[in-house]
Write a protein that binds this ligand. Structure first.
Ligand code: ADP
Length: 305
């Protein structure tokens, strides 16, 4: 049986428009292209874990609109179990994205159905949490639900991962004791710790503070620099494979999903981090979010240049 990863999190339909430049307030621009692409940090991480060898179940909510149908269809296409993705009245989560010719973007996210993923909904799927080896959460669903899932995961003795994205400030203090692996990027590490994070030393200081707050281990992802692992006793740096970056969308999601899949499969932490870094590096060589996430054979075929 493949190892089991459960993602409690968001599903969004990304509505991606390309235009020469971003519109100003009150302005109407003629765009160049439009596409709907399944996304949301939860779903992206679920897809990454599934493509990279785990058996994945997703717990979340979509609306009773056409996007909800398509978002569930996208999970089905990856053989992700979506029996715990509830269809509720109203609109699905959406991200309105405009990308300009210099790859700058402007994004508005509307939580829609994701806001309806209440703790009671997750509690109703406890059998799915019980069957997990690893549970992953992010912050695109209500905090009360994230707190519930982290604590229930800890109670059940599961490996619990929190990717604190998007983060705008400190986490509730009582979450930390339930987190085995806290995986922020630099700006999230800064928001959580209240410290600037823009160098190795500052990333180490932030990681140390998050461990002092009670997180088991912290992995700060450092973009093209790779990642920093901290467990309170030591720091380890994992350099990222050198690749030609085309689009870094979903790099963090690919790292988290890949790391979880490898850990669930019994790999050591160091192996799981290296595996995650190769998967994330491959994702930045391709455009888009879910379309850019590599498969296990892509990762196995990768040899650094
Ligand atoms: P996020 O996408 O959440 O902002 P990061 O930018 O820190 O997160 O990227 C997450 C991981 O993706 C990094 O730790 C690294 O492994 C990989 N990565 C990101 N950008 C690059 C890049 N330009 N080259 C190689 N790997 C990258």
């Amino acid at each position: 049986m493949p190892a089991k990863v459960v993602v409690v999190g968001s599903l969004n339909m990304d509505l991606v428009t390309r235009a020469e430049r971003l519109p100003r307030g009150g302005e109407t621009l003629i765009g160049k292209s439009f596409a709907t692409v399944p996304g949301g940090k939860g779903a992206n991480q679920a897809v990454a874990a599934a493509r990279l060898g785990a058996q994945v179940s997703m717990v979340g909510c979509v609306g009773d609109d056409a996007y909800g149908e398509q978002l569930r269809g996208a999970l089905l296409a990856e053989a992700i179990d979506y029996q715990a993705v509830s269809v509720i009245e109203g609109s699905s989560g959406v991200a309105l994205i405009v990308v300009d010719d210099s790859s700058q973007n402007a994004i508005v996210i509307v939580a829609g159905a994701n806001a309806q993923l209440a703790p009671e909904v997750v509690a109703g799927f406890d059998a799915i949490l019980q069957a997990a080896d690893v549970i992953i959460c992010q912050l695109e669903v209500p905090y009360s639900t994230v707190g519930y899932a982290l604590k229930r995961g800890r109670e059940l003795g599961k490996t619990v991962i929190l990717n604190p994205a998007p983060a705008s400030g400190p986490l509730p203090a009582d979450w930390y004791a339930s987190i085995d692996y806290l995986i922020p990027n630099e700006s999230e590490a800064s928001a959580l710790s209240g410290l600037p994070v823009n160098s190795r030393e500052s990333a180490e200081a932030a990681a140390s503070q998050l461990i002092a707050a009670g997180a088991g281990k912290v992995i700060v992802t450092l973009g093209a620099q790779g990642s920093l692992f901290a467990d309170g006793a030591r720091f380890d740096y994992f350099p990222a494979p050198k690749v030609e970056a085309i689009d870094t969308t979903a790099a963090g999601d690919t790292f988290v999903g890949a790391f979880a899949a490898a850990l669930a499969a019994g790999k050591s932490e160091a192996e799981a981090i290296s595996f995650g870094q190769v998967a994330a590096a491959l994702s930045v060589t391709r455009a888009g979010a879910q379309p850019s996430i590599p498969t296990l054979s892509d990762v196995q075929a990768f040899s650094p240049s």
